[in-house]
Design a protein around this ligand. Structure first.
Ligand code: KIV
Length: 275
């Protein structure tokens, strides 16, 4: 059954946890979909884990559409949420609606995600009014990394915690169907989860959120540039890949690959006529 924004609403009502994972390509999305994840986020984290940038600021609309469309082709049942990249919505309400529309029309997403609280509520309202579901993102919002001065836990002071709660209420009021809480103390995330009617999806926000999201390369142990405290490695796929790559290199070098069973045959009399 296809997950929709109604699945999210129902899950919060029933107290059922939601699962979200990032993906950036068809094959990975298909595997996650088959595993039964509720939602796949085509995160602008693709700038880090797929394109090797040190932050998400250089990610373009074209990158998001290209990867979004690949994921959408692989995800039959998961709700596909595509990130709006840096400066695709901050500039104006008009830009926000046009670019959200492109992520739906060309990227074939089911929803978009954007970062920020009260300051982006006019954009959230306008996108939702255009019939496009919006997931909000609060706490450590990586597009503002320069303003934060690094990857730091957010909402730790009374003022910052109050602002986070107010922002969560504001994005709900503006029409967001869910809100990601990134790098927020557990007790504050628990409070936000209680105060808002929309599902909270945590990443580094404890287990009291209505759902969880992780970057799949982190979960599979495939990305070693930077591993935040909140990551749990469910497998060491990076090591498995490295071992397979070095076995391939060794076998090509010593001639044991390709072996007989990997060859195609031709009749000997055809070959003889070629000499
Ligand atoms: O871009 C991304 O992958 C995200 C998640 C970390 C929530 O926004």
């Amino acid at each position: 059954m296809k997950n929709t924004v109604l699945t999210f609403k129902e899950a919060k009502k029933k107290g059922e946890k939601l699962t979200m994972l990032t993906a950036y390509d068809y094959s990975t999305a298909k595997l996650m979909d088959e595993a039964g994840v509720n939602s796949i986020l085509v995160g602008d984290s693709l700038g880090n884990v797929m394109l090797g940038y040190e932050d998400t600021l250089s990610v373009t609309m074209e990158d998001m559409i290209h990867h979004g469309a690949a994921v959408s082709r692989g995800a039959k049942n998961a709700l596909v949420v595509i990130d709006m990249p840096f400066m695709s919505y901050q500039t104006s309400v008009y830009d926000a609606v046009v670019n959200a529309g492109r992520l739906m029309k060309e990227g074939r997403g089911n929803a978009v995600k954007l970062e920020g609280g009260k300051e982006v509520c006019p954009q959230i309202k306008a996108i939702v009014n255009a019939g496009i579901p919006v997931c909000a993102h609060l706490g450590l919002t990586p597009q503002s990394i320069n303003a934060f001065g690094g990857h730091k836990v957010q909402g730790k002071t009374e003022a910052a915690a109050k602002k986070l709660i107010e922002d969560a209420k504001a994005v709900e009021e503006a029409g967001a169907f869910a809100v990601v809480l990134e790098c927020v103390p557990k007790k504050l995330a628990d409070l936000v989860t209680k105060e808002v009617g929309i599902p909270t999806i945590g990443i580094g926000a404890g287990n009291g959120c209505d759902g969880q999201v992780l970057v799949y390369q982190d979960l599979l142990g495939m990305f070693s540039d930077f591993t935040p405290k909140f990551v749990k490695k469910y497998a060491n796929v990076g090591e498995v890949m490295k071992e397979a790559f070095s076995n391939y290199i060794k076998e090509v070098a010593d001639g044991s690959f390709p072996a007989k069973e990997h060859e195609y045959k031709i009749d000997d009399d055809v070959i003889e006529k070629l000499y």
